[in-house]
Write a protein that binds this ligand. Structure first.
Ligand code: SME
Length: 160
């Protein structure tokens, strides 16, 4: 029903611009947050290469609770301050981890994960979710990935 074909050979800024535009088109006119997060997780999985997990943890009653995702089954609840996701939730700051084994308290949901990028999603200054990306490659993510996913988070905050 939906056809989004990320062009190959794009620079990271170009890829994230395409992703953001596709994400806007995907959520336009739909107000069910679970449906939107499910489609967005699939879109992220399709667009961003070299991932083994991509999805959402939602901020619910002061902790993170697993949301829609692509990848292996994952831990369901993460307290603020624990792991990479919990650090992003507690600090409201993007966490770019080149080596998850060197991150104190990293929560290994998939033993394949080597690097991770977690971006908070804020609405009206309040944390509503985090976007979590895991890669089997060490140091997979850089500042261009962080900037791209932060722009995506801003663009979809009203829809999830
Ligand atoms: N590694 C994360 C936990 C979530 S999984 O990667 C899906 C963390 O340390 O917060």
């Amino acid at each position: 029903m939906y056809h989004f074909d990320p062009a190959t050979g794009l620079s990271k800024p170009e890829l994230y611009r395409e992703l953001a535009l596709s994400a806007q088109a995907l959520v336009a006119g739909e107000r069910d947050s679970i449906a939107n997060m499910a489609n967005l997780a699939a879109l992220i999985w399709q667009f961003i290469p070299d991932l083994n997990w991509a999805g959402f943890y939602r901020a619910v009653d002061g902790e993170l609770v697993l949301g829609p995702f692509q990848g292996k089954a994952a831990c369901i609840r993460i307290p603020f301050g624990q792991g990479v996701c919990g650090a992003a939730a507690a600090s409201l700051a993007t966490q770019l981890v080149e080596d998850v084994h060197a991150f104190p308290g990293h929560i290994a949901c998939d033993a394949l994960s080597r690097s991770e990028l977690v971006v908070p999603v804020l609405r009206g200054g309040q944390l509503i979710a985090v976007i979590d990306l895991d890669s089997p490659s060490p140091a997979r993510f850089d500042a261009a990935d962080a900037a791209g996913v932060e722009a995506l988070a801003q663009g979809i905050a009203a829809s999830i």
